[in-house]
Design a protein. Sequence first.
Length: 399
Amino acid sequence: MGISPGAEPHDLPVTAGTKPYCRTTPKVRVSAIRVSSLLANRHMDADALAERVTTVVRPHDLLAADQDVEFDDLVKLAKVFGRPWSYLLIDQAEVYPNAGSDNRTYANQRVSLSPELLAELQMADLMLAAAADLFPGEGYQVPRVPPEGWPAERLATEIRALLGVSVDEQLEAKDEYAALRLWVAALNARGVYVSQRSLKDPTVRAFSKVLDDQAVIVVSTKDDSHPRIFSALHEYCHVTLHSTGICDLLDHGDVERYCNQVAAGVLLPRDLLDRLWTPGAFAGGDDAADAALKTMSNRAHVSQQALLIALRDRHIISQDAYDAIEARRAGRRKTGGGKSSSGGPTYYTVAINRIGRMFAHRVVNAMTEGFVDRQDASVLLGVGEHNVGNFVHDLVAGD
């Protein structure tokens, strides 16, 4: 249908899925190169974008050439990509996220990035880029490992001392969630962001990323609290070794085995093991050994995997005993072990955990001080702009 030169805005046709043209609506030029790369990196095309958002400009036109886009539509598009609206104005392709130098799943296989994992990596990139821009000088701390490296036990001792968690604090934790908060707070105190997210890619339980002097560790909430503690310390070992990425938490490969040993050593130093261990605890048959392992791991607030590794590496149990107990644990996991589904955290608790309390506080402070506006803060916090007030309320209440 043609439009007469003298037509007024209210005379123009309006079709389903569009908004009336308005000469006073602010518009911003959006780069076709940028939009094309955003879609490509998320394994999406123009049709997929059209299914997710309704805008005046056609998604196919966004890919064909630079477009003047109404500001309201720019905000909608930014939400699809999980980025601040200003991110779409950059006239260059989005850099494909780097999965890190240790790109393996916990099945010990090198795999291509799934769309779900790509989204998580991009979330981590967004956090790190925002932190580098908004919080300069607030970098992470790790032990200074010499070029020749240290034995796992030595690095575990150095990490435990740097994190400053005492044996008494560990044993006195009220429950597994208190223990998790204890270790997360210790990592936060060393400038490391800890993000707890429900990772949709079933092959990944944790990963870590570093940008300049900023570091983030991501652990899966599909794991119980004790395994999350182990994963976080495993990843902190990777940060220390400058080998961050998507890694393998099973006992395979030199780097992974080393990081497992370090994580177990951090959680279970010799003096703690001495307080836990009862001679003959594993001598009463399979059921008795499994029960003793569970009791000891609950008392120390550590995963059974961490405890087994520590007991083996300190030669308290043999490799054969380790293999037998671990095989029984693997069998139980396949037949229905895992997290219980009773209850659950609130919407805002999940949102806070997804980015971590330290990052959340820093973004809220930056918003309060006027360094970021409420709209961009909502993107960084991962909630709708109208939910920012409630997010802040729950964040403060949780303190």
